[in-house]
Design a binder for this molecule. Structure first.
Ligand code: IPM
Ligand code: MG
Length: 361
């Protein structure tokens, strides 16, 4: 099979972790006899520096043409005070929208080898295995009106959270479908005791539930969900929620996995006629400027995102399983980066990437 993949390393540690993810992808292709065609593009702060905009038209074109896009991370401290329109993050929101990837799948798994890396008690974390399904194309991230206007005491900032029935329905069906192939439990997270968007969300989820009679559905308020995630994470199988709730709760998931550096993500949209999903793959973590360029970032979230790409965009289940098995074997070997608090000297980003690539079989 020929894999046409666009690489967007982005900013900060995005560059380092993406390099290792590509190393692993190349190893998979040579081991399993696939042809890999890579293109590279600009997104985020680096794109602002080189072209004046965080999401150049050229990048949009490359992303639409590619079978799948692998991204590092975006964000640079020098843009901290810039308005949202001129920030690196705008590039990420732009590409998510242009590709129409409305479902962001963020699996959170507690690997046995990492049980000591989580600050939570072992018995709470052990056996955690869930997928957070975050709506990615709507909600308060994109809603209008938005902006800051006026001055003095009446200067006012506005953001708008909106959801249509269609937007809620498609992400709900995606989440139910995933639950059906797992432990058949879906938790829909909302704030329906306060927000109208959440009331519509809950209504639409309930309307769709009869299509999936084999899946057990619960509704849970987002504040309670935040607490349950650390009190009893094992109760969750698949969770579905709107964009910003998903952003927040998925970082909490990092505490269960031992480090945010561990979390991969797949952002998928519609299925192509071939059955492949349009997809954007990126680790959950950010650009971490404080450790950028030091070869110490954990590349496993980025490498896990390669596994997700092989599965969803290429239907290569065996290859995806090989990547996940290689990650697990490296974790078991104890050669991990500093964020996972290994005994003895931590391994570098490159060493972990090479170890995973060597473990592919
Ligand atoms: C994430 C990130 C992004 C988001 C930022 C960088 C715009 O936090 O993917 O979780 O908020 O979606
Ligand atoms: Mg986030």
């Amino acid at each position: 099979m020929q894999l046409n993949v666009l690489i967007l390393p982005g900013d900060g540690i995005g560059v380092e972790v993406t390099r290792e993810a590509v190393r692993v992808l190349e190893k998979v292709c040579s081991t399993f006899g696939h042809t890999l065609k890579l293109t590279e593009g600009l997104l985020g702060g680096i794109a602002i520096h080189k072209t004046g905009t965080p999401f150049p038209d050229e990048t949009a074109k490359l992303a639409v043409e590619a079978d799948a896009t692998l991204m590092g991370a975006v964000g640079l401290p020098e843009f901290d005070n810039a308005p949202p329109e001129k920030r690196p993050e705008k590039g990420l929101l732009g590409i998510r929208k242009v590709l129409g990837v409305y479902a962001n799948l963020r699996p959170v798994k507690a690997y046995p080898a990492l049980i000591e890396s989580s600050p939570l008690k072992n018995h709470l974390v052990e056996g955690t295995d869930m997928i957070i399904v975050r709506e990615l194309n709507g909600g308060i991230y994109y809603g209008t009106p938005r902006g800051i206007e006026g001055s003095g005491d009446t200067e006012r900032g506005t953001n708008t959270m909106t959801y249509t029935r269609a937007e809620i329905a498609r992400i709900t069906r995606m989440a139910f479908g995933l639950a059906r192939n797992r432990r058949k439990k879906l938790a829909s997270v909302d704030k329906s005791n306060v927000l109208e968007t959440s009331q519509l969300w809950r209504k639409v989820v309930n309307e769709i539930a009869p299509e999936f009679p084999d899946v057990e559905l619960e509704h849970i308020l987002v504040d309670n969900a935040a607490m349950q995630l650390v009190l009893n994470p094992k109760r969750f199988d698949v969770l579905v929620m709107e964009n910003m709730f998903g952003d927040i709760l998925s970082d909490e998931g990092a505490v269960l996995a031992g480090s945010i550096g561990m979390l991969p993500s797949a952002s998928i949209g519609d299925q192509r006629p071939s059955g492949a999903w349009v997809g954007l793959y990126e680790p959950v973590h950010g650009s971490a400027p404080d450790i950028a360029g030091q070869n110490k970032a954990n590349p496993l979230g980025a490498i896990g995102s390669v596994a997700a790409m092989l599965e969803y965009s290429f239907g290569l289940m065996k290859e995806a399983a090989a990547v996940n098995a290689a990650i697990e074997s490296v974790l078991n070997s104890g050669r991990t980066t500093a964020d996972l608090k290994p005994e003895g000297a931590p391994a570098t980003t490159t060493e972990v990437g090479e170890a995973v690539a060597n473990a592919i079989q």
